[in-house]
Design a protein. Structure first.
Length: 100
């Protein structure tokens, strides 16, 4: 999430998004509930689940539900001289598959 005023990265805290640069605040809505905030003694760690609608989408047919849209990402799963693996996750049912 980026700040509407200064375009800086916003951090979730206590149910609101907070901009560290200009201190603008925005309420966390229902689609952002996949964000997990862990507070430790000396620092706050924010973990964003992949299912938050921040990953890029593409047209890809899901074999489970026949949906035509999926989130995608690239990941190096083999040796460095091999091509990366494309990993897809269906936007409807969450089914995950990969293509080499």
């Amino acid at each position: 999430m980026f700040c509407e005023k200064c375009k800086s990265l916003m951090i979730p805290s206590n149910g609101v998004w907070k901009c560290k640069r200009c201190e603008h605040e925005k309420k966390v809505d229902k689609k952002d509930k996949k964000i997990i905030t862990t507070i430790r003694e000396d620092r706050e760690t924010v973990v964003i689940d992949e299912e938050v609608d921040t990953l890029p989408k593409t047209k890809a047919r899901c074999s489970e539900c026949d949906n035509n849209e999926a989130f995608w990402r690239l990941q190096q799963t083999r040796a460095a001289d091999e091509p990366e693996t494309r990993i897809y996750r269906c936007t409807e049912c969450g089914h995950t598959w990969r293509e080499y």
